[in-house]
Design a protein around this ligand. Structure first.
Ligand SMILES: [Zn+2]
Length: 60
């Protein structure tokens, strides 16, 4: 996957947490990220170190 900001190839990896990961939008209740995205608190992701962003894919 290419970085949506700079267009360079992104680095594949895993985002992992020892605790529950929540998605929070302004003025809404926090939502658990579904088990499809986070299996055992892990999700496949792409990272661009230059732009300091991480993209988590909804479909693994
Ligand atoms: Zn980038």
């Amino acid at each position: 996957m290419n970085c949506p900001m700079c267009g360079k190839e992104m680095i594949s990896g895993i985002v992992q947490s020892d605790r529950e990961v929540l998605w929070i939008e302004e003025n809404k209740k926090p939502q658990r990220i579904t088990s499809k995205l986070f299996v055992h608190s892990k999700a496949n992701a792409e990272r661009c170190a230059d732009c300091e962003i991480v993209v988590i894919k909804e479909v693994q």
